[in-house]
Each structure stands twice: as structure tokens, then as C-alpha cells.
Write a protein of this length. Structure first.
Length: 396
């Protein structure tokens, strides 16, 4: 039941994720008369505000029961889904995107990972993999389903389907989370609590340590680039002369590769450590970006989606295990809010910067080479961490 809860919470987060919201980009820009840049600005400002809110609100995952917190977050998400289905104002749109990003991408993903850290003391990598399989499943099936629904229903009416799905998920979580999971023995806690220097780091201590800041570019890379890619996917298929209905059929390949990578990397993290894979897990992303900058055919697109999926799965595991491995788990809820803020912040700046350059005439496929260079720089910083840091034996 506990694995189901963390799984279904990440599945439900899809309604606030970029890959889902961006399916409506064309309709939203047309309905509110927005350019690529102005739509990207609204989206990014809302996402940045969400990141700030999470920094202050994420700590409630340490103080409120799983059942109560999950209920509050899902209900909040449902409210903003309903508003999206009925809104006719640009200002209302900005508030709605903020709500969807905060409750969906931010809080649901955050509490799922915190629950993993609290509930699973062994095989943490595999638990993170199972939890994020919910997101991967949503990413695989929702684009095809909702693109079809948009074609049959009006784009706003299709959001009511999201409400029904969220209510069913809420009912299942409340049914299964009637009591708090046993948090394990004292011995188990002691094993999991130490990071570098054989101690657990407070958030203030972590922010003063060079390892955290060296890791920031790498922790930003995947969400920034993936969000930008999905946010501007309508623009991408237009300049590549691809059909959106055909393009979304390849997304399950991305999701399948993500799923395979999740479990493989989760296994290696549990067997060895997160530190070992830090310098290499972005390589498939770098390769995919370079290929996508010159790709013209659907067969190339399939290969690129597989590369992106392999890197995305690895990133998810790294993101879920990096903080407890390097900084311990005693203050995990507080420490992880910084990680969530970085993730949300990076997913915010990508679309607005990319949209701005698109409006200036720099097509998105030309921007992929810059993203590849940034990812290479992040990998070099991870290599420095790998070579410089000695972790406690159990963490290695």
C-alpha cells in the first residue's frame, strides 16, 4: 500500500506538469491572444512563485500526517483544475498556472519523495524508482488520451476529466493511508542518517558547503531542458514539419526508456552509490540534444526520445537519493525543499528564456546545442564531486 501511495501521488502530479499543460499551449495562446514569449513569461513567473512557496511550505511534510497532507494537496490541485476549465481571464490564467504548478509539480512530487525517505530505509533507490514510475506512466498515456479528448471536446471541457481522475486518486489514498507507516527501528534510522563527514547536515550547513553549489547546475539541467522541450513542443513540431498527433505517439518510447532507466539506475544506486553515476548520467541527454538539433525524420525522433528517457530516469533517481546520501536524512524534509526549489526554478527559467529567443528568431532546435554545452559543464562539476568526496562506507 505504501508503494502505491508514493506511486499514485507522482501520477497525480501530472496535471501540474509541463508535459501535460503544454498540450494546451496552442489553444491557450489562441484563447488569450498570447505570443510564445508572453505565454512563456506567464508560465515561468507562476512557476518561480511556486518555487518560493515550496521553500516555505515543503517543511509541512515533516509535521502533518501522510493522509491529511495528501488530501489537502490533491484538493488544492482539483480547485485549480476546475478554475482552468472555467477561466476566461489572462490574470486568472496566471493564478491558475501558479496553483497547478505549486500543488501538482511542486507539492505532490515533494511529499512523494519525502515519504520515500521516511518509509523506506533499505532499497531507497528502488523505492524512488517505483514512486516515479507513476509520473512515467502518466507521461506515457496522458498526452495521447488528452490530445484525443481535446479533438472531441472543447479544450476547457477536457479538464473535467482531470477532476474525475484526481477525485478517484484522492479516494484511494485516503483509503490506504488510514494509519502512518512504521518508520523503522532505531538501528535503521542511524544507518540512514549520516552523509558527508558522517553526520546529517542542516539546511543552513548544506547551503555553506561547496558540494551543494557544485551540484546545482547538474540538478537544474534535466528539469530545465525537459520542461523547455515539452513546453515548446508545438513550436518544435511546426519547424520540423511533424504532425503533433504523430509526435505524441513517440512519447511512450520516452516513458518506457525512463522506466527502464529508473529501475536500472535505482539498482546501481542501492548496490554502489549515487556518487558513482553523477559524472555520466547526463550523457544520453547531451547526445539527444545534439541529435535533435539536426533531426528531420520520425525514426530519428524515436531514437532521441529513448536517449532523453534514459537520462530522465537516471536524473529522477539521482534527484531522489543525492540529498540523503550526501547530507543525511535527519533533516530531509527541510533539506529537500531546497532541491525542489532548484528543480522548480530551473523548470521556470527554461521556457521563458527559450520563448524569448524564439520571438527573436532563434528557433528552438538551434538552442539545443547550447543546452548540450551546459549539460557537459554540469557533468564536469559532478566529476569533481566524485573525485573529491569520500562518503561513509554504507553510503558508498
Amino acid at each position: 500500500r505504501w508503494l502505491y501511495i508514493v506511486f499514485i501521488l507522482t501520477f497525480c502530479s501530472a496535471f501540474g506538469q509541463t508535459f501535460f499543460i503544454s498540450l494546451y499551449s496552442g489553444e491557450i495562446r489562441a484563447a488569450f491572444d498570447l505570443t510564445h514569449g508572453s505565454w512563456g513569461l506567464i508560465y515561468s513567473c507562476a512557476t518561480l512563485t511556486s518555487a518560493i512557496l515550496i521553500l516555505f511550505m515543503g517543511g509541512y511534510a515533516d509535521r502533518i500526517s501522510a493522509k491529511s497532507l495528501s488530501t489537502l494537496v490533491i484538493l488544492g490541485l482539483i480547485v485549480f483544475i476546475f478554475l482552468m476549465a472555467t477561466n476566461s481571464s489572462v490574470w486568472g490564467l496566471a493564478l491558475i498556472i501558479l496553483g497547478l504548478r505549486f500543488f501538482g509539480q511542486g507539492m505532490l512530487g515533494h511529499i512523494s519523495m519525502v515519504f520515500c525517505g521516511k518509509w523506506f530505509f533499505k532499497n531507497k533507490g528502488k523505492a524512488v524508482a517505483v514512486a516515479n514510475s507513476g509520473y512515467t506512466l502518466a507521461e506515457a498515456i496522458m498526452p495521447t488520451i488528452f490530445v484525443a479528448l481535446i479533438g472531441v471536446l472543447s479544450w476547457q471541457t477536457s479538464w473535467y476529466v482531470s477532476i474525475i481522475m484526481s477525485l478517484l486518486i484522492l479516494a484511494s489514498v485516503r483509503l490506504l493511508a488510514k494509519r502512518e507507516r512504521n518508520k523503522g527501528s532505531k538501528h535503521q534510522k542511524e544507518i540512514q542518517q549520516v552523509g558527508m563527514l558522517k553526520k546529517s547536515w542542516k539546511r543552513s550547513e548544506m547551503l555553506k558547503n561547496w558540494v551543494f553549489w557544485a551540484a546545482v547546475p547538474g540538478l537544474m539541467t534535466s528539469p530545465m531542458i525537459t520542461t523547455t522541450l515539452f513546453f515548446h513542443q508545438v513550436h518544435l513540431v511546426e519547424i520540423k514539419s511533424w504532425a503533433l498527433s504523430t509526435y505524441v505517439l513517440f512519447i511512450p518510447a520516452y516513458s518506457a526508456a525512463t522506466l527502464v532507466s529508473l529501475y536500472l539506475v535505482g539498482y546501481f544506486v542501492d548496490k554502489f552509490s549515487t556518487k558513482i553515476i553523477l559524472p555520466i548520467f547526463l550523457f544520453p541527454l547531451i547526445s539527444g540534444l545534439l541529435f535533435l538539433s539536426i533531426a528531420t525524420s520520425y525514426s530519428e525522433l524515436l531514437f532521441i526520445f529513448i536517449l532523453f528517457g534514459l537520462s530522465a530516469g537516471a536524473y529522477i533517481v539521482v534527484y531522489g537519493t543525492f540529498f540523503p546520501e550526501f547530507f543525511g536524512s535527519t533533516y530531509l524534509g527541510s533539506v529537500r525543499t531546497v532541491g525542489v526549489t532548484i528543480m522548480v526554478f530551473s523548470s521556470a527559467i527554461g521556457p521563458v528564456l527559450s520563448g524569448y529567443f524564439i520571438d527573436l528568431g532563434y528557433l528552438i532546435d538551434h538552442q539545443f546545442k547550447f543546452f548540450a554545452a551546459f549539460s557537459t559543464f554540469a557533468s564536469l562539476l559532478f566529476l569533481i564531486i566524485n573525485l573529491s568526496i569520500k562518503l561513509p562506507e554504507h553510503a558508498e
